[in-house]
Design a protein around this ligand. Structure first.
Ligand SMILES: Nc1ncnc2c1ncn2[C@@H]1O[C@H](COP(=O)(O)OP(=O)(O)OP(=O)(O)O)[C@@H](O)[C@H]1O
Ligand SMILES: [Mg+2]
Length: 790
């Protein structure tokens, strides 16, 4: 049999940190690169393969023959699946083999092999005895541990001595090289004896620790005994972890090394004295320990920050984010000022814009471009000042605030610290978190920031803070004063397509262990996803849809249901992503009179909204529904008055006195307010009363006055982008807003027709094609609109 196999050559899979015995089911982690090659080989039917253990863990790059042990097992591969940061291979191990004559092929090693038959120098009876002995020992040891049943049950089912060794070996605290040595032993008897030897050592060590704990227990209470046992187990584990726990240094040394300022050091030393005096039994000791742990872990001393390389910073920003030219310019200018003034902090940047437009990730890119650490704290929904400033240590379960926690996580004194969602801070009875944040952000004060938990002032002046928000409206004034706002606006569909192709898709592929050889998504499909499966200002939902495709793809590819590369086209999206979510064409066609498309600005970007109106017999009442704010309600009343004054003469048929009018603005996700729906409300009423439909592909925004003038409004860029997203073709805007169109990307401008207006007559002409009487008729029409004298 050995002779027959002599000429065979199989692919070699390097295994890190595991030694696999014959006849076991096993899971092996593969690097991304190896995983992909193995995957392709399998598809070509190249199975089984040879599993060889790596001599050194943390092997980087492809291993050379010298990096591998020369005795391993044949593996019959069951599946290869993408797993975090690589692939996971499931296989059944076959015979033990020795290998020789390595060669390289398709980026992997191949080798000749011969099967090694172990010397079976234990008779059957002895084998059974050994098996029983090992099982008994393990059972006895396991009694000391909760939850060991899971481990024990499969063991009891095993009968062959080889299988049992293979099963318990990974759990024994010995190094990979020792395991390999055991594996290579040619005599079954020697192997068994070695395993038993290892087991006994382990058992003794546990036994000893438990005995000690019992002795202690006579003097202390039960709770304490448990905690001590746990502590001792931890020490045992550390020790068994091959010296990882060696050289544990005490607090005193850590305090010395932490480079604390005098005040902090004094506090730390006095706490340490307290700790030593109270002894380990004292239940309060862990409170002091936690405090000391924080003190020694916080970064206290300043590292020299490297020079800022402006050009490189720009490159990194460009690499991470497509477009956003103005924003990047502003950031670079900011960095340039910091460089010139040799400041570590500069003023505080505030990135404002709709969700998913890259604010948080820009913060990360800025950190990268400065070569500084990045930390982030989310402030959304915080209503308690203590979340920022910490709880006093006298409270049970007290913690430092998010700022100090962030600094601990950063581990350096000059990180880039992103404060996410500062617009969502809430005020409540437990104090005003915004005012605590003021102290953090104020360069005059933040060199001695006080956290209630920490007690000692902490210097934040080296930190570069960057804040993010969706809207400026809800940020308290004093906080806003300290920051320099940079607006980020929605992306156009073209920008989204490029971001999807160059940034989001590669990221989605990587996160799912895929690449372009396995999955491709056509440009046309990307366009369909953007148009019909998402409707958003940013690209977050788009990323989610791409992730979904990647998930479906990895399942299909791994199970061999599709050929690779799997090419996804627009037609296939229905099957993968389900029904289309948005069909603008449907919403925008066939509406009755009284319905008009308006444009709104919201913190999550611009949006289109439909204003609906209807009338019925009644007494001249006006009903408004749909979560309208006060300003919007006023606009509706102004509109009605205007209609009655301007149109009454033209529509004597409509009896304002005997009709009730109802206006509804479907609320969508956010309540709306502001004067900018004025002309849309006006047009909706005119359309209703005249019984003439308005083309819903015509959208409009503008404030109206009682005199019938149209005034400029804010948020033009966001509104125009939303109109474009929604498939609108013409937009009525106030004349004074024409200058704002400069900010709208050229491509979008070219695809829309803008109609600037100054008064409601122009609006009506455009929307309903009616010419209102000239102003001299106004007096007369007013009279006509007045209710008859009682
Ligand atoms: N211009 C861009 N180029 C490349 N990727 C982008 C761009 N804009 C956003 N992204 C990606 O979109 C995702 C969402 O961005 P991010 O989390 O930074 O949004 P955000 O503005 O902080 O949103 P929120 O307001 O909801 O917190 C990230 O994966 C980011 O990398
Ligand atoms: Mg964010």
């Amino acid at each position: 049999m050995i002779e027959e196999n002599k000429q065979d050559r199989l692919y070699v899979i390097p295994m890190e940190g595991v030694v696999v015995f014959p006849n076991m089911e096993t899971k092996i982690k593969l690097s991304k690169h190896t995983g992909q090659i193995v995957y392709k080989l399998l598809k070509m039917g190249k199975n089984p393969v040879i599993g060889l253990t790596l001599k050194h863990e943390d092997q980087v790059g492809s291993p050379e023959p010298g990096d591998l042990y020369q005795t391993g097992v044949l593996l019959d591969v069951i599946t290869v699946q993408p797993a975090d940061n690589g692939f996971l291979l499931r296989a059944k191990s076959l015979d033990k083999v020795g290998v020789s004559n390595f060669e390289e092929e398709r980026g992997m090693l191949t080798a000749q092999y011969e099967v090694i038959e172990d010397k079976v120098d234990l008779d059957e009876e002895n084998q059974i005895e050994m098996v029983d002995f090992i099982k008994d020992t393990v059972l006895e040891m396991s009694k000391n541990f909760q939850g060991a049943e899971q481990f024990i049950k499969p063991l009891l089912d095993l009968t062959s001595i080889m299988e049992i060794m293979g099963y318990i070996l990974p759990y024994l605290p010995v190094s990979t090289s020792e395991k390999q040595e055991l594996f290579e032993m040619a005599s079954l008897r020697d192997q068994c004896l070695r395993v038993i030897d290892l087991l006994m050592k382990q058992k003794e060590s546990i036994h000893f620790q438990i005995e000690m704990a019992k002795k202690f227990s006579e003097r202390s209470n039960k709770n304490y005994r448990e905690s001590l046992l746990r502590e001792q187990l931890r020490v045992i584990q550390e020790e068994l972890n091959e010296g990882k726990g060696k050289g544990k240094i005490g607090y005193r040394e850590k305090i010395e090394k932490a480079n604390m300022p005098e005040e902090a050091k004094e506090a730390a030393l006095s706490e340490l004295e307290k700790l030593e005096a109270m002894g380990k039994q004292n239940p309060e000791s862990h409170i002091v320990r936690n405090y000391l742990d924080l003190l020694v872990a916080l970064p206290w001393s300043t590292e020299e920050a490297g020079e800022i390389d402006i050009q490189e910073a720009r490159q990194i920003l460009d690499h991470n984010h497509y477009g956003l030219e103005d924003v990047k310019d502003r950031i670079i200018q900011h960095l340039a000022v910091m460089k010139l003034k040799k400041e570590k902090q500069g003023s505080i940047l505030l990135l404002v814009g709709p969700p998913g437009t890259g604010k948080t990730s820009l913060g990360q890119a800025i950190a990268e471009s400065l070569g500084r650490k990045y930390v982030r704290a989310s402030l959304g929904g915080i209503r308690d000042e203590a979340e920022i400033r910490g709880h006093r240590r006298t409270y049970i379960g007290a913690l430092p605030g998010r700022i100090i926690q962030g600094m601990k996580k950063a581990g350096v004194k000059n990180p880039v610290f992103v404060l996410d969602e500062v617009d969502k801070l809430a005020v409540s009875f437990s104090g005003d978190p915004a005012s605590a944040l003021l102290e953090v952000l104020d360069p005059e004060q933040n060199n001695s920031f006080s956290d209630h938990y920490l007690e000692i002032p902490y210097d934040l002046s080296d930190v570069m803070f960057i804040a993010t928000a969706n809207s400026l409206n809800t940020i308290p004034g004093p906080l806003l004063d300290r920051m320099e706002a940079i607006q980020i606006s929605s992306y156009t569909n073209y920008e989204k397509a490029i971001i999807a192709k160059n940034h989001l898709l590669p990221k989605a592929l990587e996160e799912h262990g895929l690449n372009l050889d396995l999955l491709q998504i056509s440009d046309e499909a990307l366009k369909v996803i953007i148009d019909r499966y998402t409707r958003e200002a940013g690209v977050r939902a788009l990323k989610k849809q791409l992730d979904k495709i990647a998930r479906v793809a990895s399942e299909k590819i791994v199970s061999g249901k599709v050929e690779t590369p799997w090419e996804v086209s627009g037609k296939m999206l229905g099957d993968i992503l389900g029904k289309e979510v948005f069909r603008h064409d449907d919403a925008l066609s066939g509406q009755p009179p009284g319905v008009v498309t308006g444009l709104a600005w919201t913190p999550v970007g611009g949006d289109i909204l439909f204003i609906e109106s209807t009338f019925m017999q009644g007494k001249g009442a006006l009903t408004l529904t749909g979560q309208l704010g006060d300003v919007m309600k006023e606009s509706a009343r102004i509109s009605l008055s205007l209609i009655r004054s301007r149109l009454a003469h033209a529509i004597r048929k409509f009896d304002f006195i005997k009709s009730d009018i109802h206006i509804h603005v479907p609320s969508g996700a956010t309540p709306k307010d502001g004067p900018s729906a004025g002309i849309a409300l006006f047009t909706a009423l005119a359309s209703l009363i005249l019984g003439k439909t308005v083309n819903t592909k015509l959208a409009m925004t503008g404030e109206i006055t009682l005199r019938g003038s149209v005034l400029p409004v804010g948020g033009i860029k966001e509104k125009i982008l939303a109109a474009h997203r929604a498939g609108i073709s013409r937009v009525i805007i106030p004349k004074e807003n024409v200058k704002d169109l400069e900010d709208v990307p050229k491509k979008v401008r070219e695809e829309l027709l803008f109609i600037p207006v100054e008064n409601v007559e122009e609006v009506l002409k455009e929307a309903l094609e009616i010419d209102l009487p000239k102003p001299e008729f106004r007096e007369a029409s007013l009279e006509a609109a007045l209710p008859p004298a009682q």
